[in-house]
Design a protein around this ligand. Sequence first.
Ligand code: GTQ
Length: 348
Amino acid sequence: MHIAARSPEALRERSAYYERIAHHHMTPLWEVLGALVPPQPRPPVVPALWRYAELREHVMEAGRLISAEEAERRVLILENPGLRGQSCITQSLYAGLQLILPGEVAPAHRHTQSALRLVLDGEGAYTAVDGERTTMRRGDFIITPAWTWHDHGNPGDQPVVWLDGLDIPLLRFLDAGFAEKSEQQSQQPLRPEGDALARYGSNMLPVDFRQAPSEPTRVFVYPYQRTREALLGIAHDTPDAHFGFKLRYVNPATGASPMPTIGAFSQWLPAGFETQPYRSTDGSVYVCLEGEGEVLVGDQTWRFAENDVFVVPSWQTLRLRAGRSTLLFSYSDRPVQQVLGLWREQRL
Ligand code: GTQ
């Protein structure tokens, strides 16, 4: 017969027992079951917003304190206030602001972490991916899939800042991280700029080209101009009550996300438009590329403006209000959750 629950004697006896089994590296499930198997997500991630107008001077100051070459990547990590010290913005994703000054290079390397760049401030830098450069223009969405060689450089005359989004925490969780540095500082261009977009991103594909659904796209830049044209091209229609006009970026050869671990989206909210409450299990990072408005997450409200970044934790209710017409970019781990059959959403 088990000892009567919750009497002081029973609790003492239990804790003595927990200490004894701890020596054998065991612990009782019944003390933690509720937290391990919650009725719904309880993320330690909190909603947060970073105002670019306040961050910019700090980003520029890093440019005086360390060179891109010494830093290898001169980045200020955006750390979720609920996960300080862990270099993540959600449990699975990383975000940072990278600065490259005129004349600098960020040396070539590759790693199994997948990365995206969203160009925010300044023009004239480039990213090179597996032998091809792309000139970075504001709003361009650029990817460096897992294990592709990449380096950045700035032959122009302005500091350039972009948002880095990576799956670093996910790969750390899986213990699947590998990295190596190239012997070359900068990759020798093997193809002219625009080659990949012409081959793989023009509603056509090389005639014998086939990819598995998990392979990343060879299109490594989604130019902002094309994104805007697509969104404005559908904005004559009735906006979706929860999204306004929202499109997902795809690998045009498969229809899957551009990279298997990170999904990316852009949406257009007409001036004055307010979305209905919505939640999904993919905690998401948003960047305002154009316009301004208000974001409501749970019971918090912030005003956002151009280049501001905000994070919406898993299963927290999101509402957006556009002041002027607004273009928002976002990214999340949705494709991972979808292939695992875990992704859920709710339109409220
Ligand atoms: O540009 O390769 O923000 O490797 C973090 C890790 C950027 C990059 C980051 C990286 C990079």
